[in-house]
Design a protein around this ligand. Structure first.
Ligand code: DAK
Length: 256
């Protein structure tokens, strides 16, 4: 599920579940958490690139696994996700997300745990959760509101609209868009520029930049888990997720 390589102080971590467009299930969350702990202890690492195998970065949390969760299980799933994502976000060196394709739902949220996002022109971003009867649950709400301007963050979450790489650039969700075949070279060049700088200074800069960004983030994540749980076991959540898994059209939402 995870592939890892390291060369010249730069690590490349690839989410590798292409048959499900790298959708994140609980096993993958455990592996990501363990991997983040391992990487965090590697004092020779100066930068990490995070990407996805195949045509997706990550197409979201695994809807098939999620659809029958109870409210309590959903809160637990959110907490598992928050733990893994926070471990990645708090790695002591810079992390670049090289977004190669779909970054939807939990995938967009995973990319938000990186310090820098660069996108292939084929990348697509979105938080489609409200169309599945739930809220974003892996930190999308607090991280988007810290990353984008308020109107763009609200519009993305409330509409569930999927945006292309150019629109993501306009919103400041990514810092550059590159041709698909150049994505990993550009990510490597960026990582190389970071890795050529003084590692103690770069780690210190990351800690300084994160200080404000992460203030109150934990409170906001706890609030998100609670609200996320409240959407489960509703008729709308069950209907919308079942429709996705069974490849059927959705019925109208009824607010129950
Ligand atoms: N989950 C599970 N399987 C997925 C998946 C997903 N999110 N996305 C794709 N797949 C699977 C498809 O079911 C299909 O499987 P097979 O039929 O081949 O077995 C395979 O990947 C290929 O997908 P498609 O055939 O659909 O490929 P297309 O190119 O036609 O379409 C697509 C690509 C990305 C437009 C489409 O796959 C799609 O709409 N996927 C779902 C996108 C989505 O809605 N993502 C957001 C998921 S909700 C939480 C924390 C976080 C979250 C939720 C809870 N808690 C704290 C509890 C986050 C929620 C989400 O991420």
């Amino acid at each position: 599920m995870l592939l890892y390589e390291k060369n010249n102080h730069i690590g490349v971590l690839t989410i590798n579940r292409p048959e499900a467009l790298n959708a994140i299930n609980s096993e993958l969350l455990h592996r990501l958490h363990d991997m983040a702990k391992e990487l965090s202890a590697d004092t020779s690492l100066r930068c990490l690139i995070l990407t996805g195998a195949g045509k997706a970065f990550v197409a979201g949390a695994d809807i098939a696994e999620m659809r029958n969760l109870s409210k309590a299980e959903a809160v637990e799933f959110a907490q598992l996700g928050h733990g893994a994502f926070e471990a990645l976000e708090s790695l002591p060196f810079p992390v670049i997300a090289a977004v190669n394709g779909y970054a939807l739902g939990g995938g967009c949220e995973l990319s938000l745990c990186a310090d820098i996002r660069i996108a292939s022109e084929r990348a697509r971003f979105g938080q489609p959760e409200v169309g599945l009867g739930i809220t974003p649950g892996f930190g999308g709400n607090p991280r988007l509101i810290r990353t984008l301007n308020r109107a763009d963050a609200m519009e993305l979450v409330f509409t569930g609209r999927v945006i292309n790489a150019d629109e993501a650039l306009r919103m400041g969700l990514v810092s550059r868009v590159v041709p698909a075949e150049r994505l990993m070279d550009e990510a490597m060049a960026l990582a190389g520029a970071i890795a050529a700088n003084a590692p103690i200074a770069v780690r210190a800069a990351k800690a300084a930049l994160h200080s404000r960004y992460t203030r109150f983030l934990r409170d906001d994540l706890d609030k998100e888990s609670e609200l996320f749980g409240s959407c489960f076991e509703t008729a709308d959540q069950r209907m919308a997720m079942t429709a996705f898994v069974e490849k059927q059209p959705k019925s109208e939402f009824i607010g129950e």
